[in-house]
Structure formats: C-alpha cells, structure tokens
Design a protein around this ligand. Sequence first.
Ligand code: HEM
Length: 198
Amino acid sequence: MPSAMQALELGTREVHARVEARLRPHLEHVAATAAHTRVLAVLLGVHEPLDARLRPWSATVPDWAPPDRPALLRADLAAAGWSAERIGAVPRCAPAGLPDVRSLPEALGASYVVEGSALGGLLVSRWLRDNLGLRPDQLRFYLGDGEPARRRFRAFGGCVERVVDGPGAVAAAVDAARRTFDAFERWFARHVPPVSVG
Ligand code: HEM
C-alpha cells in the first residue's frame, strides 16, 4: 500500500499537470515585471483566505509551522511598487470557493497542495531571477521563508505520515487535496488567461 504522501502525489498528479500548464506560460519566459506581479496578485487572492482556513489546524500539530505566505506575497507586491491600497483591493476568493476542512487529515491533505507548490516556486524564482533580474528580497514568496523548500517539504511529509494513519484518513486527505487543487484550478480559470503554446 502506498504511504500517505505517495497517495497524495498519485491522487493529484493529473490536476497538478493542468495547473502547472496554466501558470507556466505566464512565468517561464516572462519579460515584464507587470506580468509577474499580476500572477502574484492572483496567488494572493487564493492563498490569503486558504491560509486563514488552514492556520487553526496547523497550530494543533507540533513541528508544523507554515510560513506566512500571504505576508510574503504582499511583501513582493510592495517591493514591486504596489501600494497597500492596491494590494488591499486585489480580489480574494470567497469562502465558498475554498475546500471545506473538517478534520486534521483533511487539513493536511489541503496543506499538501500549498506546501508542494513551494517546490515549483523554486523553479519559478530562478526564471524570474534570470529573466527579470529580480533579487531574493523581491522573490520572497517563491523562495519561501528561507528554509529550503525540499527540506521543508520532507519535514511536512513526516507530519503527514505521523498523523494521517489508516486507509480512512488517507482517503480523506487525498480527497481534500483534490478539492484544494480544484479550488486553485477554478481560481486560475477565472483570473489567469489561457495561453496557447506552440
Ligand atoms: C508554474 C507553475 C508550476 C511549476 C513549474 C511546478 C513545478 C513543480 C515541480 C518541479 C515540482 C517538484 C517535483 C519533484 O521534484 O518532485 C512540483 C511539485 C509539486 N507542486 Fe508544482 N508547479 C507549479 C505550480 C503548482 C501549483 C499552482 C500548485 C498548487 C496549487 C502545485 C503543487 C505542487 C505539489 C503538491 C507538488 C508536490 C508533488 C509531490 O508530492 O512530490 N504546483 N511542482
């Protein structure tokens, strides 16, 4: 039987490929800071309410302290010259657009999506550094809070394996992860224009 983390990866592989394909063209060969900050604003709109929903759960698990990603997104927008007023006016995802979280396994499944996205963030930070010449203090969200993403993700995986125990809990976590990816996908479908490649 696959471990909880393997089940999460397998259960969300397809939707990951779709959200990555939606975002990648806006970030990989980005030539203007405005294009990059538009994506940051879309991410803020979903990460901020999702973080508020998940934080009460993470507070109950020892050794699980997610970085304040909404604060990192706001800091990067501010570093790009966005005023507090403009950042405040960014549309936020309504509660009904977010996954329901009713148990700790579900909270960990939803958090898997957020924690895993930091692995892609490292790649994105390199594109933005190379294409736009951005410095680390302008890439705080994609670089994370300073703790290398892969090490963070391994530590998070340790929490998941400890807490998400038994087939029922694994199924609940995978279901929550899928619903979380669906929420990102719906949000991107509304706010990130499709780009046809090739
Ligand atoms: C341009 C956009 C993206 C790129 C280029 C990207 C790329 C990647 C890469 C390279 C990995 C690491 C694979 C590995 O080394 O094992 C990864 C993992 C992951 N990404 Fe993304 N990603 C993107 C967007 C996202 C988004 C928007 C989300 C969530 C909404 C997400 C969720 C995840 C998750 C959960 C994993 C962990 C998979 C595992 O269990 O190993 N990614 N991504």
